[in-house]
Design a binder for this molecule. Sequence first.
Ligand code: AP5
Ligand code: MG
Ligand code: ZN
Length: 218
Amino acid sequence: MRILILGAPGAGKGTQATFIKEEFNIPHISTGDIFRENLRNETELGLKAKSYMNEGKLVPDDLTIELVKDRLSWEDAKNGFLLDGFPRNLNQAESLTKFLDEAGVRLDAVVDIETDKDALVKRICGRRMCKDCGASFHVEFNPPKQEGVCDHCGGELYTRDDDNEETVLKRIGVYEKETSPLIEYYDRFGIVLKIDGNRSVDEVKASIIDGLKGKNDR
Ligand code: AP5
Ligand code: MG
Ligand code: ZN
């Protein structure tokens, strides 16, 4: 399956991506995770992306689009993928459509997780992420079994530099202005699966997996 996951910062894209990639056996491609990995390794891309990320702004399209096209050309993405955090504006969406058209394939589903703003801020401000596998936890809503340690891989948990109230409000603003119009863009293809994100992780997971299986069987 070829899937996109859309939703504001803190909606649960990364959390749900872990379940989706296992269910459909596809790679999880998160532009945010790729930028953070580059930042940790102090690559040129990471250093360029850093100031945009820390200010809650979008990294420029000329850095982002080529990166995704390259990643989608890897062998593991030939039969399916789950894109998280890309596309984030109309220009990125149109580039992706063109790229997929040229490859003779199309998206099967766009998962749109809709969550109230109050919940987003609470989730972001209590998030802890794994340094090694990128898994998300929350001090209150989704605590790891052992404090500071990832349940999945034993990696160390940390707080992202952009996870503070000031930056998250900016990121939500960018989402509303630049990214939310993509829901209408993909509605024209009839592939949007709207999900109420104001529920528990397990409830959201069940609706997404059921909805995607329905699209897969069509
Ligand atoms: P990115 O890493 O994509 O961040 P984001 O879009 O702001 O989204 P988050 O990762 O913050 O939220 P999420 O939905 O994954 O939530 P999660 O599952 O972790 O991008 C970061 C930056 O990189 C951007 O600001 C930009 O600068 C740059 N960038 C990336 N892609 C780009 C692109 N294409 N173009 C340009 N720039 C780009 O969950 C959040 C928390 O809530 C966790 O603590 C989790 O445990 C908890 N939680 C999850 N679900 C629930 C639930 N149902 N109930 C209670 N708690 C929950
Ligand atoms: Mg994420
Ligand atoms: Zn981990």
